[in-house]
Write a protein that binds this ligand. Structure first.
Ligand SMILES: CCCCCCCCCCC/C=C/C(=O)SCCNC(=O)CCNC(=O)[C@H](O)C(C)(C)COP(=O)(O)OP(=O)(O)OC[C@H]1O[C@@H](n2cnc3c(N)ncnc32)[C@H](O)[C@@H]1OP(=O)(O)O
Length: 301
């Protein structure tokens, strides 16, 4: 269903569309955004909320998978569908990725998707991670991560796949802590880390599974800007507008020229990467580590 809503001088396109596994993509206004002046509607089952300002072509994509936006199958499918929709939309020029629940941007992969599952299941799950990443990292759009909270592991993966990262100041962490779960970040994720913070720092960070507070992340270049949490969205919109002063075509071609080798490498090695993931995550010792990690998370309370 697609409708157009004109409000406050801007035209809002609103539609609710059902994606596989019952996840929804809806275009609607965001409650806090300066771009937002359309009508708000919401249902609790929607795991991705999208608002798009037709005039500027800036879309805000809010992950809405309580309690911590962990990347389960449904959220991965919704994110991919959403990125692909926006990619096809010729009037869309930029995408801001954020969390609908401040304080947690994304808790990474849903650990339960890796625990006590069959090799086929985890293989299919991993392919969804790969496909979501290919659509975000390979996007022609300006992509901006508005990291309004914790962003470990898969949250960091999402952030690194964007062109620019704005993070909330304060007691929030970001990084690739995979080794703490006895997991090994795949080559394409490791490469993004190297590209962001340089070889030596990335090598150390990956080996020890470091999670950095936001000020250290800024110092390392893992994020590009720190702002108070309440300003993350507004500053992201301002930053996107600066980026949009650059002609789209030249910017997008330049981006593709630098990202194509890594994109192509994963496309070429997709099955091998899935096989490795299947073998590693279903290994008994890794399952034990995942179980212990889950227990640790629960015991936190
Ligand atoms: C060559 C070999 C290759 C081998 C294979 C390669 C595999 C590579 C995979 C690489 C890519 C990415 C991997 C990942 O993303 S793994 C996930 C890592 N994530 C984390 O470690 C984060 C864990 N969570 C937290 O630290 C905190 O929850 C957080 C700081 C994010 C928020 O804290 P807060 O206090 O707000 O919330 P709680 O901790 O109380 O959590 C609320 C409930 O949510 C559950 N939870 C949290 N995170 C996850 C998660 N990632 N998956 C599933 N569930 C999660 C938590 O247990 C609480 O549940 P209950 O309310 O039921 O207790």
């Amino acid at each position: 269903m697609a409708t157009f809503i004109a409000s406050g001088g801007r035209v809002w396109r609103k539609f609710v569309k059902t994606f596989p596994l019952g996840s929804n993509l809806s275009l609607k206004r965001s409650p806090t955004s300066a771009l937002a002046n359309g009508r708000l509607s919401s249902t609790s089952s929607e795991n991705v909320l999208v608002s798009k300002d037709e005039k500027s072509g800036i879309a805000t994509v809010r992950m809405n998978n309580p309690p911590v936006n962990s990347l389960n199958t449904a959220l991965l499918l919704s994110l991919r569908s959403c990125f692909e929709e926006l990619e096809k939309d010729k009037s869309c020029r930029a995408l801001i990725l954020t969390s609908n629940k401040p304080k947690v941007f994304c808790a990474g992969l849903d650990i339960l998707e890796l625990y006590q599952k069959s090799p086929d299941y985890v293989g299919q799950f991993w392919e969804k991670v790969q496909d979501m990443w290919l659509s975000l990292y390979g996007s022609r759009l300006v992509t901006m991560a508005a990291i309004n909270g914790h962003s470990p592991a898969g949250g960091c993966l999402l952030s690194l796949a964007c062109d620019y990262r704005i993070m909330a100041e304060g007691n929030f962490v970001i990084g690739l802590n995979e080794t703490q779960l006895d997991l090994v970040a795949p080559f394409w994720l490791r490469q993004m880390m190297v590209d962001a913070i340089g070889y030596r720092q990335a090598e150390m960070a990956l080996m020890v599974g470091a999670l950095y507070p936001s000020n250290k992340a800024l110092q390392l270049g893992l994020v590009d800007k720190l702002v108070p949490i309440e300003d993350v969205q507004t500053v992201a919109e301002e930053e996107v507008k600066n980026w949009l002063k650059i002609p789209d075509q030249a910017r997008a071609i330049t981006k593709m020229a630098s990202r194509k080798p890594l994109l192509d490498e994963l496309r070429k090695r997709k099955q091998e990467d899935i096989q490795t993931f299947r073998d590693e995550t279903t290994r008994e010792s890794v399952q034990l580590s995942i179980q212990q990690y889950l227990d640790k998370l629960k015991a936190k309370k």
